[in-house]
Write a protein that binds this ligand. Structure first.
Ligand code: PHB
Length: 351
């Protein structure tokens, strides 16, 4: 089953082992992707679908140093190296489009204030060029500001297609801006964007509507993380949350729904995948901690359509070939996940 093709919206995937989005922080100044990134992604082109690292939709929304962007012409031009080399190797690639919201920091963005659904700051400190600084207080977006960001998502999707991507994955997970609306620990609004999940989902649905109008819904995926507590996130009822979203995402006719099944820190637990499967009628991708054997069994049993592997692809550019051969896997080196240069990036050996 892992080696069966899969129709995901408008895109045909040659297998069901997808490369999960991974922040690697190797872009050049100005959030411009480069030749090293093109090499890294092309090495991994045998994935059924490569999903890129989170990519900024707007200037001055940086949360990490050296993440790429897709909001200006230089970035669009530079991404063509990645998309053309992945395509030349027979791969498919979606760009993950992302707004960090309160996880950005003014010190990374020329002093630009940060935004969120509500004026609630992240706990702890951010890594900035000035060293570690306390996370900043965001201001609660006005409705006019929300409308601007919805259009920035749509423009980013158009830019991604212009850069040669096969589609985009909207980043609705992990405590970034969309998730800051979706989950009730972060969203304390009392207008039409806050309160019940029907309202907390409004911003996401506006983004999906605008992005789909821009590039066609068959080229749009969505990633959600109902349980992940990363970035101070929690929802009071993750199973009901998952059910509501899975049910109401059907009408968008997306290429896929990509669900992270667990919590980076193991704090929040719950069996969210069966709920997603029961209510979502389209292509469902699972992620987080699947072995290839578990993935094969889950797909064979109809529990999922595909699985995204993060560290598997990070450390094994030829991950599908290794699965097929039953070969040993390289171990990922966490000390080089976010460091500059080729070490721990493009130097993992193939079989
Ligand atoms: C991370 O770099 O730690 C990171 C980035 C994006 C995510 C999650 C984690 O969605």
């Amino acid at each position: 089953m892992l080696f069966d093709s899969l129709q995901a919206g408008s895109v045909t995937l040659t297998n069901r082992m997808l490369m999960a989005p991974l922040t690697r922080a190797r872009a050049d100044a100005g959030h411009i992707p480069n030749a090293l990134m093109a090499e890294y992604y092309a090495q991994r082109a045998s994935a059924g679908l490569v999903i890129t690292e989170c990519t900024m939709i707007a200037e001055n929304t940086s949360a990490f140093v050296s993440e790429p962007g897709i909001y200006n012409a230089a970035q669009v031009e530079a991404w063509k190296q990645t998309t053309s080399t992945v395509h030349a190797k027979g791969g498919r690639i979606f760009l993950q489009i992302w707004h960090a919201g309160r996880a950005a920091h003014p010190a990374l963005n020329g002093g630009t204030p940060i935004v969120s659904s509500s004026a609630i700051a992240l706990a702890g400190e951010a890594h900035t060029p000035e060293g570690k600084l306390p996370n900043a207080m965001p201001h609660a977006l006005t409705e006019a500001e929300i409308a601007v960001i919805v259009q920035q998502f749509a423009q980013a999707a158009k830019n991604a297609i212009a850069a040669g991507f096969d589609g985009v994955e909207v980043h609705g997970a992990n405590g970034y801006l969309i998730d800051q609306f979706l989950r009730d620990s972060a969203n304390h609004r009392i207008d039409g964007y806050g309160g019940a999940i029907e309202n907390r989902a409004r911003f996401l649905f506006e983004v999906l509507t605008a992005v789909s109008a821009a590039i066609g819904s068959g080229r749009v995926g969505l990633r959600l993380s109902p349980l992940n507590s990363y970035n101070d996130m929690k929802d009071s009822d993750p199973l009901a949350w998952t059910e509501y979203l899975a049910e109401h995402l059907n009408r968008f006719n997306l290429a896929y729904l990509h669900v992270m099944r667990a919590d980076f820190f193991g704090v929040q637990t719950g069996d969210v995948m069966p709920v997603a499967r029961a209510h979502y009628k389209g292509v469902l991708i699972g992620n987080m901690g699947y072995s290839s054997d578990e993935a094969e069994a889950a797909i064979s049993a109809g529990k999922l359509d595909a699985v995204a592997f993060g560290t598997g692809f990070l450390a094994n550019p030829d991950f599908p070939a290794r699965v097929k051969a039953g070969a040993a896997m390289n171990a990922p080196d966490a000390s080089t996940f976010y460091t500059p240069g080729a070490k721990g990036y493009t130097d993992y050996p193939t079989l």
